[in-house]
Design a binder for this molecule. Structure first.
Ligand SMILES: C[S@@+](CC[C@H](N)C(=O)[O-])C[C@H]1O[C@@H](n2cnc3c(N)ncnc32)[C@H](O)[C@@H]1O
Length: 247
């Protein structure tokens, strides 16, 4: 059994349906960064998917004894809330990452920090995966009571629309999407210039097993696990694949 089967990417979110074809499109990959290590299952899987690549696992925790050990895997400690530290960490890498997977705290401000700092350093034609972007959706339970604000999800969908409808990004639109807690107009304009394509994935199947109790006996009419977990919540299991324009 591959270690990815222990990751919620596989059994709950079912992100591999979107990731595996995207990984094939990436071509040669020599450097992969993942924010969020947990038990190390996805870092080990990324090293398997890209056998010639170095993989950098970034977490707020120091290296844990259970994390996979390999000459191709290194760990760095950083807090996604500290935007400067994230930029410095990325600047200290041996090159530009081909792939960045952000699966850390899922806090909407942290998602923005890593997106802005990471996307700027991604190689042309590279892929940035912003996982669990459902936490930036206004109907996500963690945003209840929060005033409406343009998070990374709003900005990415707006940029996708402007690009695909053949509309440019004028200053008024960039200012309308800016927010002091999230992105500035200049950051939005810079993303628009360098984004080639935005693909938003959302799971439209049931999970293989429950994230909460681990079981797979489901109420197929109420779309709940027998333990009560909601299997198809409106803002669950969303991941955004953001391609950088090739040079
Ligand atoms: C969802 S888990 C990662 C799961 C893993 N990628 C996988 O697929 O198996 C989230 C990880 O983010 C880390 N984390 C939480 N807050 C963080 C922060 N502010 N900065 C960096 N990492 C953080 C946690 O320590 C945890 O290991």
């Amino acid at each position: 059994m591959s270690r990815i089967e222990n990751s919620d990417k596989y059994y709950w979110h079912r992100y591999l349906d979107a990731y595996l074809p995207a990984f094939r499109r990436l071509g040669d990959v020599s450097l992969v960064v993942e924010f969020g290590v947990l038990h190390g299952d996805s870092v080990a899987w990324l090293a398997e998917c890209f056998p010639r690549a170095s993989v950098v696992g970034v977490d707020i925790l120091p290296t844990q004894p259970e994390w996979p050990v390999s000459p191709r895997i290194v760990y760095r400690q950083a807090d996604q809330g500290d935007r400067r530290a994230i930029g410095a960490l990325l600047d200290a890498l041996p090159g530009r990452p081909d792939l960045i997977v952000e699966d850390g705290s899922h806090a909407p401000r942290h998602q923005v920090n890593c997106l802005v700092e990471g996307f700027a350093r991604l190689r042309p034609g590279g892929l940035y995966v912003l996982e669990d972007i459902g936490t930036s959706h206004p109907s996500h339970p963690t945003r209840a009571g929060e005033p409406p604000a343009p998070t990374a999800l709003h900005v990415l969908l707006a940029l996708q629309h402007r690009r695909e409808a053949g509309l440019g990004l004028d200053d008024a639109v960039a200012r309308g999407l800016a927010h002091p807690d999230f992105l500035s107009p200049a950051e939005i304009a810079s993303l628009f210039k360098s984004i080639g394509q935005v693909e938003l994935f959302q799971r439209t199947k049931l999970p293989l097993r429950c994230y909460s109790c681990g079981g797979n006996e489901f109420d197929y009419v109420g779309w709940r696990c027998r333990c009560g977990a909601d299997l198809l919540a409106p803002a669950d299991s969303m991941s955004c694949l953001i391609w950088k324009m090739a040079d």
